[in-house]
Ligand binder design. Structure first.
Ligand SMILES: CC(C)(COP(=O)(O)OP(=O)(O)OC[C@H]1O[C@@H](n2cnc3c(N)ncnc32)[C@H](O)[C@@H]1OP(=O)(O)O)[C@@H](O)C(=O)NCCC(=O)NCCS
Length: 149
């Protein structure tokens, strides 16, 4: 059941804490979400060559090629590029926004100079990325978090 009084108390406590200490240190500036159909990324060799030159980075293409269903991973990477554009509020060249992975498989974005410059214009930003896919759809969320200067 909705409890407005309780919500108000919690929010006042958080505000008091933010006014005094660490909650004020970082701010979520923007989020971006994108959802794409996986079968758009089921490529013929000619299409793969075209997308590999214009849309996806070499790292993204070779990551997907190692997987059982490459189209799911390419769709996820494409959703990540779109989600980043939404969060940033600017279009940037596709290959300047590339998905990379940490050793445990977690995704992150590697940015080219134009994309990085647009991000730097906002402030001291850290980019968070999450990707999910099924056989049918892929989704990505990007969060831009501003760190203290
Ligand atoms: C990570 C995990 C939750 C993915 O869930 P899933 O339902 O199998 O698959 P989803 O389609 O939802 O997500 C796949 C995406 O998850 C992301 N992912 C993979 N490992 C990840 C990790 N350790 N942390 C965050 N995201 C991860 C990748 O972006 C992947 O897509 P991509 O390879 O195309 O980039 C699952 O593989 C898992 O439980 N792994 C083992 C435990 C683990 O590493 N947990 C996370 C950290 S404790």
């Amino acid at each position: 059941m909705f409890q407005p009084a309780r919500f108000r108390r919690v929010s006042l406590q958080r505000k008091a804490k933010a006014d005094s200490e660490e909650l004020r240190e970082t701010v979520i500036v923007k989020i971006g979400l994108d959802l794409v159909q996986v079968d758009r990324f089921l490529f013929s060799p000619a299409q793969a060559a075209w997308y590999g030159q214009r849309i996806f980075t070499d790292v993204e293409m070779s990551y997907a090629a190692q997987k059982r269903y490459p189209q799911q991973h390419l769709a996820g990477a494409f959703a990540a590029k779109e989600a980043f554009r939404k969060a940033l509020g600017h279009s940037v060249p596709w290959r300047e926004v590339g998905v990379v992975h940490t050793e445990d498989g977690a995704p992150a974005l590697a940015l080219g100079p134009t994309a990085q410059a647009k991000l730097d214009a906002i402030g001291n930003i850290v980019v968070h990325l999450s990707i999910s896919h099924t056989g049918r759809d892929a989704a990505a969320t990007v969060i831009l978090e501003q760190l203290p200067v």
